[in-house]
Design a protein around this ligand. Structure first.
Ligand SMILES: O=C(O)CCC(=O)C(=O)O
Length: 189
């Protein structure tokens, strides 16, 4: 795992609100983590059917016929049931990297989530992650790790630079209206 940060990367994150780290995982790590994630998802399917959240606690139901149900196959908190996922999620060097990016002393994990974009799935609408969580913080951050090549055709990630400071934490949803975000934040168009 590439946990070395340069000053340019920190500046990029703090100025633009995101930083792209090519080759973040080594090829053998990608294989290992992908196998672990798939094994954990398989375990959940066998033991718990359509349950989305691993481990104890609440599940998050999604209407089976909703638009969102066909955006991803989504499973959360796989670190609770798979030691390999846990080792990556709780890697102290990763925690240190995130603290340096966010400019804080310590970080807690809110959740991991495996997002599988199935063939012919619905596209993900522009959205903010933080309004889905139980807390709001400008120091919170998400890491998106592609375990396969990410291309325009198969659903690579896009960010809108220089917009983090504008966030009011209104939840714009992740639904059929791709442009819902721009109704709440017209200045982001
Ligand atoms: O990959 C996507 O389409 C969106 C991912 C996302 O919302 C997330 O990582 O929180």
């Amino acid at each position: 795992m590439k946990t070395q940060l340069t000053d340019d990367m920190i500046r990029c994150y703090q100025d633009e609100g995101f930083v792209h780290v090519p080759g973040f995982l080594e090829p053998d790590e990608i294989v290992e983590l992908k196998q672990a994630v798939l094994a954990a998802i398989d375990h959940m399917a066998r033991e718990f059917g359509n349950r989305r959240v691993a481990g104890d606690g609440t599940d998050l139901s999604i209407e089976a016929d909703s638009y969102y149900a066909s955006v991803f196959t989504q499973r959360l908190n796989l670190w609770k049931i798979n030691d390999t996922v846990k080792r990556y999620m709780l890697n102290p060097a990763l925690g240190e990297l995130l603290c340096r990016l966010a400019g804080v002393q310590a970080m807690r994990v809110w959740h991991d989530q495996a997002l599988i974009k199935e063939p012919f799935g619905n596209p993900t609408a522009w959205h903010l992650d933080n309004p889905y969580w139980s807390f709001h913080s400008r120091q919170s951050l998400s890491i998106w790790i592609a375990l396969e090549d990410a291309t325009l055709a198969n659903g690579c990630m896009h960010f809108i630079p220089n917009t983090v400071e504008l966030a009011t934490y209104d939840n714009v949803g992740i639904g059929e209206n791709m442009a819902g975000l721009f109704e709440v934040y017209p200045e982001n168009v």
